[in-house]
Design a protein around this ligand. Structure first.
Ligand code: UDP
Ligand code: MG
Length: 155
């Protein structure tokens, strides 16, 4: 199965929405393979958002991402990267469709509740950035018996 990185941003943690977001991921049938709270610093954010360091909003983004601890999650499932991106919605919460996490809980282009990896390749790099191998677990869940059919698991 595929794994993707989800970060519950300070806009999620500080507003008491962690359970809400984790509940949606669990209810969908995704597996939480790793999860921990951590304080981000400038160094890890410069790596994680390296595609944005030259943008005018970067200092403000850094500040918002360090405002409280965040929760980093390794979320697993068939096509988990695409599924979680769809659940997150588009970047700006004001444009995100209702029913998505950002569409339901954010009015902001920056304080948009979650990060989700945007490709399987980036997910591998991002998970290695935030998790040690021993912090990601494989354990028995309902996923194989009750969430997926045989066809879903063919490849
Ligand atoms: N962001 C921002 N202003 C912008 C665009 C992005 O503050 O105009 C922030 C926002 O928090 C976003 C993050 O930078 O989630 C990463 O941007 P990216 O384009 O990678 O969007 P995402 O993949 O999170 O949808
Ligand atoms: Mg992105």
């Amino acid at each position: 199965m595929e794994q993707t990185l989800v970060i519950l941003k300070p806009s999620c943690v500080a507003r008491g929405l962690m359970g809400e977001v984790i509940g949606r991921l669990e209810a969908k049938g995704l597996i939480v393979a790793g999860m921990k709270m951590m304080q981000l610093d400038e160094q890890i954010l410069r790596e994680h958002y390296s595609h944005l360091v030259d943008k005018p909003f970067f200092p403000s983004l850094m500040k918002s991402m360090m405002a409280t601890p965040v929760v980093v999650m390794c979320v697993e499932g068939v096509e988990a990267v695409r599924v979680v991106r769809a659940m997150a919605g588009v970047t700006n919460g004001r444009n995100a469709a209702l029913g998505t996490i950002r569409g339901d809980f954010s009015v902001s282009g920056q304080k948009n509740i979650v990060h989700a990896s945007d490709s399987p390749e980036n997910a591998v790099v991002e998970l290695a950035r935030f998790f040690k191998p021993e912090e990601i677990f494989s354990y028995e869940t309902a996923a194989y018996s009750y969430c997926y059919g045989d066809d879903d698991l063919k490849d």
